[in-house]
Design a protein around this ligand. Structure first.
Ligand SMILES: Nc1ncnc2c1ncn2[C@@H]1O[C@H](COP(=O)(O)OP(=O)(O)OP(=O)(O)O)[C@@H](O)[C@H]1O
Ligand SMILES: [Mg+2]
Length: 451
């Protein structure tokens, strides 16, 4: 029995549902975000089957092997996906406008179309615009088919008929279903479209990549449930003014998250950066105070970054503090630790902390780097150029252990660094590594004595 049409008010910010209009969303507390949308209730009992009609199997009888993963040929992307594309999965790629979402997916299509059938569906660009981008990338095989379409029903028919192995939807916010009366990009349209693509992916075993626009806060536009519905969520980030881009996995049902892939945007598309540490450290000033190299783990891979600090006397009563690329509150906390535990008087100093290269880092292991950069700038004494540091700093000024010290030290050695400053407690774990001087520190005071 069909329930018929009903009207629901959706918060366009978080997807919260109400039966009547409200000025403020009770869930996310945003004002004036409710929009009326008509939804059609699904018929209640048409698809219900009895137990005899469905198949129940024991988990031990289900066969699945990991060899079915499809490698894209872009090692950085494969790493973020957890070793390649899982057939039948739904992958959401989000990112700022112009960051390169369409570019990377067209490149994936280019590689996979070598031997598989691929369908690229664009709701944003015309065929000739896609061709313009493709011209920069080089050769494309016949197997790559394009379709400019936004009607969900049509797209579903095409996919069911053609059964391509890979489908790219660019973007989910442009797709609309005629069964939902609200405008494309609204909460119920996005949810309905994603649902259809999920059924297609799982039912036919097709991998579907979906491009998602982001809101000004940096999350994918549309309801939060969108991220729950898909198997994998990848975010593209990077500095508008720098050419490198970072692809970060935030959810992955078939692999670890926290892995990052580093790419460089070039004329001919996105090129993988094989040694990101080297890339991040290029252009590091020589013998400058306030510059320290720290090591952060991104998933299973260590990344060396340069932390810069500038501490100078404040002209006003209120000292200014800014942090670019790292948590502002963390910097304030670390400065308070320095003030209290080693008596650096910074209450009348402005302090600016920056992670060079525009990358964002929030791992606690860079605390020691921030602390040393601040001390170095305050005392105007440069730290040893061939030194890297890592360690978490606690409120009593102690330097605490962080994960995977061996990998970090090995990476530093590989890039030609000569000294590593690490938490004292981790010394045992790295004593087998030869050819690099390792110094253990217990407190921030010990670290200060090294500058
Ligand atoms: N000729 C070129 N040389 C170098 N880089 C280019 C060139 N043309 C475009 N780009 C880069 O490609 C980016 C656009 O990439 P792309 O269209 O894939 O972004 P997008 O994330 O899909 O954006 P949107 O959200 O608008 O769809 C530009 O911002 C620019 O950095
Ligand atoms: Mg695009």
């Amino acid at each position: 029995m069909a329930k018929g049409k009903k009207t629901i008010y959706f918060c366009q910010n978080c997807g919260h549902e109400e039966t009547k209009w409200l000025g403020q969303c009770p869930a996310c507390k945003e004002w004036n975000t409710f929009v009326e949308e008509k939804v059609i209730g699904s018929s209640a009992s048409a698809n219900v089957r009895t137990e005899r009609e469905v198949k129940i199997v024991a988990l031990s009888e289900v066969s699945a092997d990991d060899h079915t993963r499809i490698e894209t040929g872009m090692a950085e992307l494969d790493r973020v996906l957890g070793g390649g594309i899982v057939p039948g999965s739904l992958v959401l790629v989000g990112g700022d406008p112009g960051i390169g979402k369409s570019t990377i997916l067209l490149q994936v299509c280019q590689r996979l179309a070598q031997e598989r059938s691929v369908l690229y569906i664009s709701g944003e660009e015309s065929l000739s615009q896609i061709k313009l981008r493709a011209n920069r990338m080089g050769e494309f095989k016949e197997n790559l088919k394009l379709l400019c379409e936004t009607n969900l029903g049509t797209i579903r028919n095409v996919i069911e008929n053609r059964r391509p192995e890979l489908v790219v939807i660019d973007s989910i916010q442009t797709m609309y279903s005629e069964e939902v009366s609200s405008a494309p990009g609204s909460v119920s349209q996005v949810r309905e479209s994603t649902n259809v693509f999920m059924q297609l992916a799982k039912g036919l075993g097709i991998t579907i990549f979906i491009v998602g626009h982001v809101t000004k806060e940096g999350t994918v536009a549309g309801p939060r449930v969108l991220e729950h519905m898909v198997d994998t969520v990848l975010y593209f980030e990077g500095d508008r003014h720098a050419s490198y881009r970072i692809l970060r996995g935030v959810k992955n049902r078939f692999g670890s998250t926290n892995e990052i892939g580093v790419f460089e945007m070039r004329q001919n598309g996105l090129v993988e950066v094989e040694n990101p540490s080297e890339y991040m450290l290029s252009g590091k000033p020589e013998n400058a105070s306030g510059s320290v190299v720290a090591c952060s783990m991104e998933g299973t891979r260590p990344l060396l970054i340069e932390i810069q600090a500038l501490v100078c006397e404040s002209n006003f009563g209120m000292p200014r503090r800014t942090a670019a690329g790292t948590d502002y509150n963390r910097v304030n906390l670390l400065m308070a630790v320095l003030e209290k535990r080693i008596g650096l008087h910074m209450s009348n100093c402005d302090a600016y902390v920056n992670i060079a290269g525009g990358i964002k880092m929030n791992e606690p292991a860079i605390d020691l780097g921030i602390v040393m950069a601040i001390i170095s700038s305050y005392k105007n004494r440069p730290v040893d150029e061939k030194m890297i540091v890592f360690g978490e700093v606690g409120l009593s000024g102690e330097v605490r252990a962080v994960s995977m010290p061996e990998q970090r030290v090995t990476e530093a050695k590989k890039l030609g660094f000569e000294v590593c400053v690490i938490p004292e407690v981790s010394m045992d774990m790295v004593k087998s590594i030869k050819g690099i001087k390792i110094i253990g520190v217990k407190t921030v005071n010990d670290a200060m004595n090294l500058i």
